[in-house]
Design a protein around this ligand. Sequence first.
Ligand SMILES: CC(=O)SCCNC(=O)CCNC(=O)[C@H](O)C(C)(C)COP(=O)(O)OP(=O)(O)OC[C@H]1O[C@@H](n2cnc3c(N)ncnc32)[C@H](O)[C@@H]1OP(=O)(O)O
Ligand SMILES: CC(C)C(=O)C(=O)O
Ligand SMILES: [Mg+2]
Length: 515
Amino acid sequence: MPDTSKRIYIFDTTLRDGEQSPGVSLNVEEKLKIAHQLARLGVDVIEAGFPIASPGDFEAVRAIAREVEGPVIAGLARINDRDIDRAWEALQEARRPRIHVFIATSDIHLKYKLRMTREEVLAAVRKGVARAKSYCQDVEFSPEDASRSDIDFLCQVLAAAVESGATVLNIPDTVGYATPAEFGRLIAEIRRRVPGIEQVQISVHCHNDLGLAVANSLAAIENGALQVEGAINGIGERAGNTALEELVMALYTRRDYYGCHTNIVTEEIYRTSRLVSSLTGMPVQYNKAIVGKNAFAHEAGIHQDGVLKERTTYEIMNPTMIGLVQNNIVLGKHSGRHALRSRLEELGFKLNEAELDKAFARFKELADRKKEITDRDLEAIVEHEVKQIPEKFALEHIHISTGNRVVPTATIGLRVDQELKEEAACGEGPVDAAFKAIDKITRIPVCLKSYALNAVTGGKDAVGEVTVKVEYAGRVFIGRGISTDVLEASARAYVNAINKVVYEIGEENLQVLEA
Ligand SMILES: CC(=O)SCCNC(=O)CCNC(=O)[C@H](O)C(C)(C)COP(=O)(O)OP(=O)(O)OC[C@H]1O[C@@H](n2cnc3c(N)ncnc32)[C@H](O)[C@@H]1OP(=O)(O)O
Ligand SMILES: CC(C)C(=O)C(=O)O
Ligand SMILES: [Mg+2]
């Protein structure tokens, strides 16, 4: 057995850097949901947001700090008084709060972005870290763009942060410029040169612009980094952050080589990945390591033969390790509530009776149209349609008439507070017609910003998942819907987004169009 006594701490920034992915905007409820799942996953730190960024982000950090037990809860702040004070205001009810302050140290950022001299940056670091420390024992400091910074100045800044009370020094490769050997050397050099470094934890935060974020993080671990920052599914600014599931499984699978462990409950990885993908609206690419649809699929005959004879011929990990459950019970139209409940429990969903009834009704509807219901179908039903916000509007029926020589026309029936209302509309295409008919019923002037269709499951009876983003009063709301019929999935997604508008804005504050 290899010695794996060295512990690597996992800092999850899905809710902060991950949310900086273009097009992603999570509301308080969605962030809380992800934070609870991250706690189940066993991450050591959750960076819940950037409290000064917006009232919504402030509320999300505050709610997570209040509610989520287990991990340290961190909030990001620029190195100025207002940001730090606001971060502390959001974090103070956390059982284990951490203020994360940052300022860039590369000449390029100093000259063009901050317009500050090195002396000014040094002074700001001393003042900012000390201010954060006056509120909170646990203070993380990040010299942004560290990998492109002058090493002498970088070490000077890091030393100042340690002297002023930082407990964690996080070294970011902000623009994903470093290569593994080089980044490993940078960590080793910092450990050798910064006075007092042995009193603090060294962390790394790598971006994936050259596809090297995980490799760079692993090189940093080999050179003494004890904390790694990253995001689920590798989401984040531009090409994203270190994909935490990849890093964790690399450390686990190659524990013989790295000789360390994390406290991650690996069986929660797949579920966390699905939840993040579903709530951010960012699909996971099929060939993505660990959590992609094809990550454990074998297509070629020689591989299939090998795996059938002995799984380890072509699998370096057992899929059950990440929570992909193999099952022998086939769920279909003849299955009952017990089988459904048991399968959902195996997948980690605990539903109350009302939720189970709703899931069962949708399951039966789907089973009438599809031979076999897969785990992905069930996840889609639960994540998109059961664990949901209150429904002001519920899709009752949809009829579409379309073709290459007719004007697409949709008739939609929605239950509005239990009363059935029906409208018809024509459109540029069938989806447009359906959305216009829905608009006529809801009379809420939302603006459609994007529409995406994905097949959740395989085969010609695959379940289609539609994600729409709509804008109302300058805010973006994401709606999702699933069905074997993509037009029905589209209508469900649009109605779901409108329900979110009603829920978040409040019915009393909505501007409704005249009938
Ligand atoms: C590498 C990273 O991921 S850093 C985190 C990036 N994340 C985000 O930016 C998301 C949230 N951001 C926001 O909502 C907004 O940018 C806000 C609310 C933080 C600031 O908005 P604004 O006050 O309008 O400033 P804006 O974003 O246009 O410009 C940034 C300002 O902060 C300054 N700044 C940037 N980093 C720092 C820092 N670490 N410490 C102090 N000042 C900083 C810039 O120099 C600029 O100052 P200037 O206005 O004097 O030129
Ligand atoms: C705030 C810092 C850590 C960051 O996100 C980066 O440098 O990429
Ligand atoms: Mg970053």
